[in-house]
Ligand binder design. Structure first.
Ligand SMILES: NC(=O)c1ccc[n+]([C@@H]2O[C@H](COP(=O)([O-])OP(=O)(O)OC[C@H]3O[C@@H](n4cnc5c(N)ncnc54)[C@H](O)[C@@H]3O)[C@@H](O)[C@H]2O)c1
Length: 366
C-alpha cells in the first residue's frame, strides 16, 4: 500500500480485460498489474494503453511481488478455488469471479483460509449489482415491495463451443447469476434444496462431469424467511435466447424481468367504489422502460463506467466494493461466507438432481 492506496493485479485477461480500465481509474488504486499465461492476452491489454504497471506470465511470479496488495482472478472455473487459496495464503486480498469453487470442500477451505489469513475475499457476482437489482433492492428497503411472497430466478445460456471446461457442466454449478439477486434481496441464506434434472443431452457432453442434464430446476428454502426460491438454469441443447432474470413477488408490488429488456412492475389496482364484493383483486401492470443509472453511488473517476461496461452497470460497483472493504477494514458485501452459501446452493441443487429430487441440506459455512 502507498499513501493509503492499493496496488492490484488482474489475472486472466479475456473477460478480465473488461475490468482493467476501471481498476486503472479507481481513485484508491495507485498501480495495476496484469497476469495471463498467454503473452498475446497481455500484449492486447498493454496496447490499450491504460498505464499498466507490470505484466506477468504466471500467477506464481506475481504473488512473489510483495508490492501487490490485492488480486482479481478472472480465470477459468476449475482454477478459482486453487488460485483463491494461493492468493490468500500469499498474504494478499482476493477478489474472484463466479463461481467461487466447484465443490463444497473447496468452499469450506476458502472460508477457513480467509478467516486464518485475515485477508479480504469477495466473489465478483455481476448479477448482484445490475441496474435492475439495485433499483428493486432500493424499493424493497423503502417498503414498496411489501412482504416477499416468492422469488424466482433464471439463467438461460447456450455454452456450445465455449472453452472446454464448460462442456457438460452441471447447469446448477453455474447458478450464482440466477440466485444471487434473490438471496441478496431477501438477505437470507439458503438452507435446503430439491432439484430435478430436465431433458437429455448428447453423450459426449455427459462425459466430462458425469452430468446427464442440459437443464435443471430447483426449489430452495431460506433461513428466517417464509419465501421460497424457484430457480431454472439451461446450458446446452435448449433453444432459448440468453437471459439472466429474476422475479420478486411482493404483498404490495411484484417485479418480473425474464425477457432481456422486458421487465414489469405489477401492483394491485384500486378497488372500485361500487359496493360490490369482487372475487380476487385485479392488478395493473407497468412496463419498466429504463432503470436509473447507479453511477452516483461511485467515485466520479469510475462513475461513467456503469454506462459503458457489460453486465448492466455492475463492473465498477464490484471493484469499488472490494477496494472500500479492504481500506475500511470490513468484510466485503459478498465475503467468503456469502460466496460459499451462494455457490453451494447450486452445488447442492445438482446433487439433489442426481438423486432424483432428494432434499439436500445446504451448509451454512458460518
Ligand atoms: N457475468 C460474470 O460474472 C461472468 C461473465 C463471463 C465470465 N465469467 C467468469 O470469468 C471467468 C473467465 O471467463 P472467460 O470467458 O474470460 O474465460 P476464458 O477461459 O475464455 O479466459 C480465461 C483467461 O485466463 C487465462 N488463464 C488461463 N489459465 C491461467 C492461469 N493459470 N493463470 C493466469 N491466466 C490464466 C487464459 O489465457 C484466458 O485469457 C470464468 O470463470 C467465468 O466463470 C463471469
Amino acid at each position: 500500500m502507498k499513501n493509503g492506496k492499493l496496488r492490484v493485479a488482474v489475472v486472466g485477461l479475456r473477460f478480465g480485460a473488461d475490468f482493467v480500465p476501471i481498476w486503472c481509474k479507481h481513485p484508491d488504486v495507485y498501480a495495476v498489474d496484469i497476469v495471463d499465461v498467454k503473452a498475446s492476452c497481455l500484449q492486447k491489454v498493454l496496447e490499450d494503453n491504460h498505464g499498466i504497471n507490470k505484466a506477468y506470465l504466471s500467477l506464481d511470479e506475481a504473488l512473489k511481488d510483495d508490492g501487490i496488495d490485492a488480486v482479481h482472478l478472472v480465470t477459468p472455473i476449475p482454477l478459482h478455488a486453487k488460485q483463491t487459496l494461493q492468493v490468500l495464503r500469499s498474504g494478499k486480498h482476493c477478489a474472484c469471479t463466479v463461481p467461487a469453487a466447484c465443490t463444497l470442500e473447496e468452499l469450506s477451505e476458502i472460508v477457513a483460509t480467509q478467516r486464518d489469513t485475515g485477508k479480504n475475499y469477495m466473489m465478483m457476482e455481476t448479477a448482484a449489482y445490475t441496474f435492475q437489482m439495485l433499483h428493486v433492492e432500493k424499493m424493497y428497503k423503502a417498503g414498496e415491495i411489501g412482504r416477499i411472497q416468492l422469488l424466482r430466478g433464471c439463467h438461460y445460456q447456450d455454452m456450445e463451443n465455449w472453452p472446454s471446461y464448460w462442456n457438460g457442466l452441471p447447469p446448477m454449478h453455474y447458478a450464482t447469476h440466477a440466485i444471487a439477486p434473490l438471496l441478496k434481496l431477501a438477505n437470507a441464506r439458503p438452507t435446503e434444496v430439491v432439484c430435478f434434472g430436465s431433458g437429455t443431452m448428447r453423450e459426449e457432453l455427459q462425459k466430462p462431469y458425469g452430468n446427464p442434464f442440459p437443464a435443471e430446476t430447483a426449489l430452495f428454502k431460506l433461513e428466517n424467511t417464509a419465501a421460497v426460491v424457484e430457480l431454472t438454469r439451461t446450458l446446452f441443447e435448449t433453444a432459448r435466447v440468453y437471459c439472466e432474470g429474476f422475479g420478486v413477488y411482493g404483498s404490495k408490488t411484484s417485479f418480473e424481468w425474464f425477457f432481456n429488456d422486458h421487465s414489469v412492475f405489477e401492483r394491485f389496482a384500486d378497488e372500485p367504489d361500487d359496493g360490490i364484493v369482487h372475487w380476487g383483486r385485479s392488478c395493473k401492470m407497468e412496463k419498466a422502460e429504463s432503470f436509473p443509472d447507479t453511477g452516483d453511488r461511485l467515485p466520479p473517476e469510475i462513475a461513467g463506467f456503469t454506462r459503458t461496461c457489460g453486465h448492466l452497470g455492475s463492473h465498477p460497483h464490484l471493484i469499488h466494493e472490494f477496494v472500500r472493504s479492504i481500506l475500511e477494514g470490513r468484510p466485503a458485501a459478498i465475503d467468503a461466507v456469502k460466496a460459499a452459501q451462494w455457490t453451494a446452493a447450486g452445488i447442492c441443487a445438482h446433487e439433489s438432481a442426481m438423486k432424483d429430487g432428494a432434499r439436500i441440506p445446504i451448509p451454512s459455512f458460518e
